[in-house]
Design a protein around this ligand. Structure first.
Ligand code: CTP
Length: 453
């Protein structure tokens, strides 16, 4: 794998190769070593065929142990921006990290490059934001999560001399890629950053790797030590932790084999990081399968809710109703999810109280039309068969029924447009749904009877 990294770089889309060359020239002009790091190196090394990978994001690191100052990344970003003025440049933070963003690049689509100055960090307390200082590329790589993510490719010369390998592998990342192992760099990694537990599971599932036994032991130790409490307190000094956790959960639930990842999280007891009582049992899998199949059917263009978000809501919906809102808030699930989860119990009680008895189609529609599809799916998942059948009929059939008359028809009958129109049209709709009227003529007679001119 090592010897072929050059060949792999040549499989990158041409605009990316040009961009990396331009960045290397700019860094080299300043005598700064520049590296490609992180997921792109890993994914290039894992690439089986010569087919180009469509990267959305690249990470570059300037090694400050040589002559670059803390401003190195920002300066490099500005130099590149002069060459690529169509991109948007952001420079932020004490470490002046630069991000170049292309929205709809003609060949690359939405694409970004992060440039950072190599640094080292320490954690003042578990799960805290780290204290960071300028460091070497080796130190920069050593603060990363897993060996397979701690590889770097040097982009500036000398690139291929015997003592300066083009690929930096200080921690055995290549061997772990070969043996398909997720291995952490140091025992404290999960205590310092509990989101790495979710990352370990994500990478293991995504690549079909195993979390090697010692690393798994560190995960179990971190969870047993109660680290998960850090991830459940919204007013914890690190609110960023919660949003990183959500980002990881989202990435996990977007995997094609997300079920495998959830099983692994559950086996590791890591769902405790979301709530101590959160468990997934047979009933939950069945409910979730049902809700997702209804979602595909009733929201084929994915407008109402993304599947990953529905799965996350279904997870939280399992908790006691008084705990749901807090977990939704901790996980930064967003306003709509928070609203749905915090009011799910009364909405469910209301829907059950109506639909548990035999009802006419119009009564079902009057009960359900106030709720959006995601709410109905959450309710359906936890409802008895009779209620589910009613919700199904509503979504499948009754929801789309239109009244036999419209506003223009009412005007033609002699009614003045105004607030009464809603009541009249609802009356017609309900009569249509219940089969009381079957033709336009019957509908007109009904309106004239009930709402004399
Ligand atoms: N990283 C880390 N610890 C974290 C998050 C990120 O050490 N909690 C490091 C890893 O070296 C990772 C890099 O930051 O490779 C970039 O992070 P990210 O973009 O989240 O992940 P990628 O590895 O690029 O993976 P993906 O392909 O999913 O984007």
């Amino acid at each position: 794998m090592h010897s072929s990294i050059q060949t792999k770089l040549q499989t990158l889309p041409l605009p990316l190769q040009e961009l990396l060359s331009a960045a290397a020239v700019e860094a080299n002009d300043r005598n700064w070593p520049l590296y490609l790091v992180g997921g792109a190196v890993r994914d290039l090394l894992l690439q089986q065929t010569e087919q180009a990978i469509n990267f959305r994001e690249l990470d570059l690191v300037v090694d400050a142990n040589h002559s670059a100052s803390v401003q190195g990344a920002a300066e490099l970003g500005c130099a590149l921006h002069k060459l690529y003025s169509e991109a948007h440049l952001q420079v932020y933070g004490r470490f002046q990290t630069a991000t170049m963003i292309w929205r709809s690049h003609p060949q690359l689509g939405n694409f970004s490059v992060d440039i950072a100055t190599a640094r080292t960090e320490s954690y003042p307390y578990p799960a805290a934001d780290p204290d960071v200082v300028v460091g070497s590329i080796q130190q920069d790589l050593s603060r990363r999560d897993f060996t397979i993510n701690a590889l770097a490719v040097r982009l500036t010369p000398p690139r291929c001399l015997e003592n300066t390998p083009v690929l930096l592998d200080f921690f055995g990342g290549l061997t772990d890629l070969h043996h398909q192992h997720i291995r952490v760099l140091h025992p404290n990694s999960f205590v310092e950053d509990p989101t790495r537990i979710f990352r370990a599971v994500r990478f293991a599932t995504r690549f079909g790797f195993v979390i090697e036994p010692q690393t798994e032991g560190y995960i179990r130790d971190a969870i047993a030590s109660g680290i998960y409490q850090q991830t459940q307190t919204h007013h914890h000094p690190v609110p960023a932790l919660q949003s990183r956790l959500k980002k990881e959960l989202k990435a996990i639930l977007k995997l094609p084999n997300w079920e495998t990842a959830l099983v692994l999280l559950s086996e590791l007891d890591a769902l405790k990081c979301l709530h101590p009582q959160l468990k997934i049992d047979q009933a939950w899998w069945k409910q979730t399968q049902l809700a997702l199949s209804w979602l595909t059917l009733f929201d084929p263009s994915v407008k109402a809710i993304q599947p990953w978000q529905l799965i996350l809501e279904l997870l939280v919906a399992q908790l006691r109703s008084e705990d749901r809102a807090k977990v939704a808030e901790n996980l930064c699930l967003g306003e709509h999810s928070h609203q749905r989860l915090s009011t799910l119990a009364p909405m469910q009680a209301e829907i059950h109280s109506v639909l548990i008895y035999p009802r006419s189609p119009s009564q079902v529609v009057q009960c359900l039309r106030r709720y959006d599809l995601p709410t109905l799916l959450l309710v359906t998942a936890q409802s008895p068969l009779t209620v589910r059948q009613r919700i199904w009929q509503y979504l499948q059939e009754w929801k789309t029924v239109k009244p036999l008359l419209n506003g223009n028809d009412l005007i033609c009958l002699g009614y003045q447009p105004g607030r009464d129109f809603n009541a009249i049209l609802s009356k017609v709709l309900f009569a249509t749904l219940d089969g009381v009227v079957q033709t336009k003529g019957e509908a007109e007679r009904l309106v004239l009877d009930y709402f004399p001119l």
